[in-house]
Ligand binder design. Structure first.
Ligand SMILES: CC(C)(COP(=O)(O)OP(=O)(O)OC[C@H]1O[C@@H](n2cnc3c(N)ncnc32)[C@H](O)[C@@H]1OP(=O)(O)O)[C@@H](O)C(=O)NCCC(=O)NCCS
Length: 168
């Protein structure tokens, strides 16, 4: 018998604690120095254990990267929020705990979400990243994403640029 140490699977209620902790560490490491400190602190404070318990109870479409039984990363996805877009699917969030980055696991999560969107018959895929998030932009370009749209996102009194990457 072989046991997969790493797998992409739908989230379970009991993942809430690991997801809350993965979320906090991943967002802090990705956005410290990009998103103003106070805005980032507020975002982190809003998304604690209770938020995750509610999200799982609501059955938010969410896949986790299970590493040895722990949720070391997650991806959320659904119908694209971009009006009149030829890209019907969207990845809303894709985050790995920093310890697990750079090992090919982000690509596994991305592929899992892409497959689910295809099963939902949503054609094409879009994902937004802050332009200053060099690592995420490099990752999406490496996976074949094409920059198709730009926008801005407000954090307190500053606005940061963001870019949408798309796949047919
Ligand atoms: C972005 C993220 C999901 C990528 O996951 P990952 O597991 O680190 O990336 P992978 O190891 O699966 O990399 C897949 C490919 O992208 C490339 N890649 C990943 N990060 C890269 C970077 N910073 N620069 C250049 N290439 C990169 C890898 O080299 C690999 O290509 P290869 O097969 O040719 O070697 C992960 O680093 C992460 O969670 N970062 C913080 C959160 C974040 O920014 N999320 C995105 C918000 S929009």
């Amino acid at each position: 018998m072989t046991v997969d140490v790493v797998q992409v699977r739908p989230a379970r209620t009991k993942d809430a604690e690991a997801l809350a902790s993965t979320y906090e560490d991943a967002w802090r490491s990705a956005y410290q120095g990009i998103i103003p400190h106070l805005s980032l602190q507020r975002m982190l404070a809003k998304r604690g254990l209770i938020w995750w318990q509610n999200a799982l109870a609501r059955r938010t479409p969410l896949l986790v990267l299970d590493f040895g039984g722990e949720a070391a990363g997650y991806v959320t996805f659904g119908r694209s929020r971009l009006a009149r877009s030829p890209f019907q699917g969207e990845i809303f969030e894709l985050y790995l705990h920093p310890v697990y980055q750079g090992l090919g696991l982000g690509e596994k999560l991305f592929d899992g979400a892409r497959q689910r969107l295809a099963e939902l018959r949503l054609k094409g895929l879009l994902v937004w990243a802050l332009t200053d998030n060099d690592s995420a932009c490099a990752f999406y370009l490496r996976l074949g994403g094409k920059p198709v749209a730009e926008g801005g996102e407000r954090f307190g009194d500053i606005s940061l640029r963001k870019v949408a990457f798309a796949w047919n």
